[in-house]
Design a protein. Sequence first.
Length: 75
Amino acid sequence: MSIEALRSEILKLSKPQRLEFAHFILDTLVEENEGGFSLSEEQKQEMNRRIESIKEGTSSTFSWEEVIAYAKSNA
């Protein structure tokens, strides 16, 4: 599957599903990089807190386009 096809399929997922998928991808990167990159326990707790906040709908999220527009306007 191409990256474009994968992107298209990922965008069909709900926000919580995309978040779960992103978490899965990050976990695979950490596993592959044994010993090279690791999160502290505090970082893991913060990441999990943010994931739960998004799942519960109590956190604001931004599209990639919004992030880029904000960055460009504040450059």
